[in-house]
Design a binder for this molecule. Structure first.
Ligand SMILES: NC(=O)c1ccc[n+]([C@@H]2O[C@H](COP(=O)([O-])OP(=O)(O)OC[C@H]3O[C@@H](n4cnc5c(N)ncnc54)[C@H](OP(=O)(O)O)[C@@H]3O)[C@@H](O)[C@H]2O)c1
Length: 306
């Protein structure tokens, strides 16, 4: 399932092999109404599965842009829109910028980027580069990467929001060691969004962070739903429990996503992939029934034994 050079023909063959919950190939390319969640305090709704693009963007230098374009089109064809990025190097970012500016994608994506620099001027410079390379005057969301130089960059982000250069602002963490600092930031500064790690294998955010975001009315984007791939390596060749079909789940990827998605604090879950077939499989986790509390407990018990 993880070929590195997936062409459209391979993609169709993979779709067929996946046998995704009875969905036919023609429907996979049709616009589909993915369930969405409201950004708290706004009239805007986001589809609940998005793309984490770090890996496919970093692969552009070796592989070109065809794969990332196919992944994005697979996301959009299944009703998704959120793409999370992280500026890396000008050549890859410029190529990525050209892809997200293609006519069929430009208006279909909610583009979230990050600032990972230390210092006011370095942050401003990075944001200007992002605007130029992504060919966008206004970003949908700008986040402070892993709370880096938080106070300085937060002032920058507030300026950019006030001047219309970004519609929303927030910060990311991907590790429980930053939760305490994130908690003080949330109480003090009330960002529009936070991005936080959460999955069936990394459940720490359930204790305080997710309820707190819900109470404060902060939108939540989830990262590391598959622990950057370690989840699949741990599961190996184990079969997905048959009872997972009762909530329309037929793969381990969907098993983790369907555990995450019912949490009421969550606005959108990012899944990182450079494989269009995986993008479709992940997007389809948004559809069908979600597990109830008893089923989620049963899912946890399965994973805790692995
Ligand atoms: N501090 C931060 O701001 C921060 C830190 C970490 C992550 N993030 C964000 O969160 C995103 C996602 O988190 P993550 O990077 O930890 O990745 P992840 O989504 O937890 O895991 C990605 C891995 O899972 C594999 N995969 C994806 N879908 C699959 C499927 N259906 N079947 C089998 N394998 C599958 C991918 O390989 P294939 O390519 O082969 O599908 C990839 O190796 C990142 O891209 C980034 O946007 C932010």
């Amino acid at each position: 399932m993880s070929g590195n050079n997936t062409t459209r023909r391979d993609f169709l063959a993979l779709m067929s092999a996946l046998g995704l919950t009875g969905v036919g190939q023609s429907e996979l390319f049709a616009q589909d109404q993915m369930p969405s969640r409201q950004i708290p305090g706004t009239n805007e709704w986001l589809p609940i599965i998005g793309l984490g693009s770090s890996k496919p963007v970093s692969q552009i230098a070796e592989r070109g842009t065809e794969h990332i374009a196919e992944v994005l089109r697979a996301l959009v064809a299944n009703g998704g829109s959120v793409v999370d990025t992280w500026p890396r190097n000008p050549a890859n970012d410029a190529s990525f910028g050209r892809v997200i500016s293609e006519p069929d994608l430009r208006e279909s994506l909610f583009v979230a980027s990050k600032i990972d620099k230390v210092g006011r001027d370095a942050g401003i410079q990075q944001f200007r580069e992002t605007q130029r390379l992504y060919q966008r005057e206004t970003l949908d969301l700008v986040q402070i990467f892993s709370l880096t130089d938080l106070d300085t960059q937060w002032r920058n982000l507030k300026d950019w929001k006030a001047s219309g250069k970004t519609r929303y602002i927030g910060a990311t963490v991907a590790n429980a060691s930053l939760y305490e600092q994130l908690e003080s930031f949330l109480r003090r500064d009330r960002p529009d969004f936070v991005q936080i790690n959460y999955s069936i294998t990394e459940r720490g955010a359930e204790e305080r962070m997710l309820p707190m975001c819900q109470d404060l009315g902060v939108a939540v984007i989830i990262n590391r739903p598959f622990m950057n791939g370690a989840y699949f390596r741990q599961l190996g060749q184990r079969p997905v429990p048959e009872w997972a079909a009762e909530f329309d789940c037929d793969s381990w990827a969907q098993f983790s996503l369907k555990y995450i998605l019912p949490h009421p604090a969550i606005t959108c879950v990012l899944t990182e992939t450079s494989n269009p077939a995986h993008m479709v499989e992940n997007a389809r986790a948004a559809f069908g029934r979600m597990p109830d509390d008893a089923e989620r407990n049963r899912m946890k018990a399965v994973i805790d034994k692995v």
